[in-house]
Ligand binder design. Sequence first.
Ligand code: HOZ
Length: 424
Amino acid sequence: MNRNDELFERAQRVIPGGVNSPVRAFRAVGGTPRFIAEGQGAYLIDADGNRYLDLVQSWGALLFGHAREEIMRAAGEAATRGTSFGAPTELEVELAERITDAMPSVDMVRLVSSGTEAAMSAIRLARGSTGRPGVIKFDGCYHGHSDPMLAKGAGSGVATFGIPGSPGVTEGAARDTLTAPYNDLGVVAALLDAHRDTVACVIVEPIAANMGVVPPELGFLEGLRDLCDRHGALLIFDEVITGFRVAYGGAQFLYGVTPDLTVLGKVMGGGYPCAAFGGRGDVMSRLAPIGPVYQAGTLAGNPVAVAAGIATLDLARERDPYPELDARADRLTAGLAKAFEETATRCTINRVESMFSLFFTPGPVRNYEEAAAADHERYARFFHHMLERGVYLPPSGYELWTLSAAHTDEEIDTTIEAAASFPG
Ligand code: HOZ
C-alpha cells in the first residue's frame, strides 16, 4: 500500500469521505485522491513523492502558482506580528482600497473568510436593502453552500454527485430561490414578471465555472442588467473565480457590465482564506454597524490572509500576467482541440482567458443541461490517463481547468502531448 492509500484509509476513519470538500474525494473519477505534500509553482508533489503538473491551482485561487515567493514572504512577515486580533488593521484598509480601485462598481467592500460567506452575505444584504425575499440564480452556477444557494441546481459539487440539492435545506429556505437556465434571458424575464416586486436580486457567475466553464453569450449579462433595472432587483456578480483572474478588474471589466454587488474570493486572498463582497455605496451602507443588515466574523480581514491578498494584487497590477495567461491558455486549448481532432474524439472546449474546460460532447455547451449531457465517464477515463502521465486535472468534468503565471510553454506542450495519446 502506498502512502496516498494509507492516508486515505486513515482519513476516512476521522473525516467524512476522507476529505474536507467533497469533490476532492475522486468519487466522480474513481481511485484514491492524492494527498498533497507540497506545491511548487505549476507543480504538486504528493505524499508518495509523485510530481504532477497542476491545472487546478486550488480551483483558480493561485494566479501566480504555488508558494510564490513574494506572497509567502508577505504572509510570513505578517504572521510574525500576530495572526488574529479581532480588531481592525491598516492592512484591511489597504486591501479594500485595492479592490475599490480595481472595480469601479465597488464603492465599499467588506472582507470575510470564504466565498460561501461572501455570497450568503451579499444575498442577505440584497434582501435587507430591497425588502424583498426572492433570489434568481442559474442552474449549474455555484454560489457556495448556504441553504438558499444549495436549494436547486447548485452546480459544482452537487452536480458532480448528481444530487438535486441537499437534505437539511428546509422548504422555507428553498422557497424564495428561483432558477433559470444559464444564458436564457427569456426565462429570467418571465420569472421577474411572475414574481413582480418580490425579487431582491439576480445572482450570476458572469463566466460560469462550476458546471465546467460556460461563457455568457453575447448580450446575456447586459440583458440581466436591463431586466434588474426594470424590476428594481439588484444584480450580483459572483466573481469568486473570475475576479482578478480573467482581468484585474474581473469579468465586469471584460464585458463592460456593472453589477450592483460583487462577490469575491480565491485570487484576492493569494491562496489564503480571504473573500469579500462589495458594491454600491448606498447598498453597502445598509450593513451593520451603519445599517440594520447584520454580518460579522472573528477571522474576517485576517491579517495573514490580507497580507497575502495585497501581495497578490500588487504582483497582478505590476506584472500584468493576463496577456501571457491568455496566450498560454489559447495555445493549450488549440493544441488539445487539434489532438482530439486527430484521434476523432469529439469534444468541446470552452474558454475565457485562463479559465477553460473540456466536455466530451460535440457541443455547444451553453448551460447546465448541455454540460450534463457530456460524456462524464469518458472524462473520468481521461482524468486518469492524464494523472498517469503526471498531469493533475480537476477530478470532475464540472470544474474549471486553469493556469497560473508559473506555467510556461513547456508545461502547455507536456499537457497536449499527454492528451494526444488518450485512446478516447
Ligand atoms: N467545488 C469546489 C470548487 N468549485 C471544490 C473546492 C475544493 O474541493 O477544494
